[in-house]
Design a protein around this ligand. Sequence first.
Ligand code: ATP
Ligand code: MG
Length: 567
Amino acid sequence: MTEIIKEEETGKEAGLNFVEQEIVNDLAAGKNGGRLNTRFPPEPNGYLHIGHAKAFIMDFGAAEKFGGTCNLRFDDTNPQKEDTEYVEAIKEDIHWLGFDWGDRLYYASDYFPQLFDLAVRMIKEGKAYVDEQSSEEIARQKGTPTKPGENSPFRDRPVEENLDLFYRMNNGEFEEGSMVLRAKIDMASDNMHFRDPIMYRIIKTPHWRTGDKWKVYPMYDFAHGQSDYFEGVTHSICTLEFVPHRPLYEYFVKELADETYCPRQIEFNRLNLTYTVMSKRKLLQLVKEGLVNGWDDPRMPTLRGLRRRGYTPSSIKEFVNKIGYTKYEALNHIELLEHSVREDLNKTATRVSVIQNPVKLILTNYPEGQTETLYMENNPENPVEGQHGMPFSRELWIEREDFMENPPKKFFRMSPDKEVRLKGAYIIKCTGVKKNDNGEIEEIYATYDPETRSGLPGADRKVKGTLHWVSAPTAVDAEIRDYDRLFAVENPSAEEGDFRDLLNPDSLKIRENAKIEPWLAERINAGDNYQFVRLGYYVVDPDSTPEKPVFNKTIGLKDTWAKEMKK
Ligand code: ATP
Ligand code: MG
């Protein structure tokens, strides 16, 4: 991972990305009988993040695009780290992005019998042996890319002995770590993965699906290609770190495949995002140590985190489409992801009025007890969305930041003796303030000009500032969780030291007494997106109660991406 990609360099207009191009070529050449079958193979040891989304958008997307099928396969070959909790969550998250595997749901553990049989066959053919050395010893003998490895002293064990030991390994006769089954390939190979890779290790933890039936479990490299083969997968699309594994993938697959059908592996670049960590191990650590509030914390790059933050499926797909798929590692700007959700919500989110840091405004010449209803556009981007009514009265809430007693020159919001417009309502002029004993402003006083009601003839008198407001008697209290980036540095994975020291200490600000307009208070459904005018995009949080709506800030209105692109 070296450079930061600024351009939307690979989302070529209507063109195919290089993986799709390979698929099209294979189909045109009639490979595998013209079939296309991809798969998404998550290990159920954590929740899916946006990097996984990049992978499965490719897997399911290519199948959809070219008339193929896509399997969902849980890669559950390590009973020590896996859990059903993750299985259900993974399915839910894939569905959320609009993809479905139909009846093509598989588990690598379904293939344990066939994999075991293949291992036995390879032992019989002299292609595998049981090694009794410690893992340290095996690692030591492995050599380096420039120095060949050494053969294990157990490498030439007779077939019968290997067979006997392998069966006994699986019967639980030996301790974990005491022996492994290795492929007998080439300890001097240029490809380190060919230096007698481990096929099976002993694990005595029961498996969540197969119980204690097995005491030996296949390694990823011995399971993945064969699982693809057993399922009829034609294109096994994965990330670049598997490039050096590909020859081994092909080596094991060749034990099964013939010229009529053979799966192939194609690799693309992982998604890495600025200000984000994507490693499952680190994400788990953040959750376990309470550094975030769970896997669905709106600051997490997990799909459930993004969902709770207010990200939409289409914004995530659009982002992935923009960054594209390449053959070299990169780091993508989080601003582009933010830009994608902002663009999407701009089209769809209903505009409402909310004051997040309220101060009271009293219109001294507005009759006490009078209210009127003013109509606000639901979405100026989409006029068919119509309008909704908002009560207006003598006492209003406005943002504290919108008033300054001694403003600098370019302050066009409210200050003494200056006129501003209340959005969709009247022009007002500040006449004074009341302060408490600490000198803080408690109330602001103003007069309104009844001739200036928005929409009325002659109401278009120009004033510089327009403020949003909420009528005080009918306002409802709400909580706003104002999120910022989880990390304070651009590339936390590249920094030395403990990644937890790089967390942004101000990534969550809670505002307890925001004031929302009554129309919004009647529409509190978790997951609904809104634009709070002048503030940004917000989403209703599932913690909301009828007494206290809770909103998460998705993203502010200001697009830093467009600026970034011009640099
Ligand atoms: P682990 O270290 O646990 O293997 P993983 O992130 O690779 O972590 P898997 O469940 O094995 O998790 O991933 C499933 C698929 O998602 C794999 O094909 C993997 O290549 C892909 N994937 C994982 N992370 C990313 C990422 N950041 N960008 C794109 N694809 C990813
Ligand atoms: Mg993996």
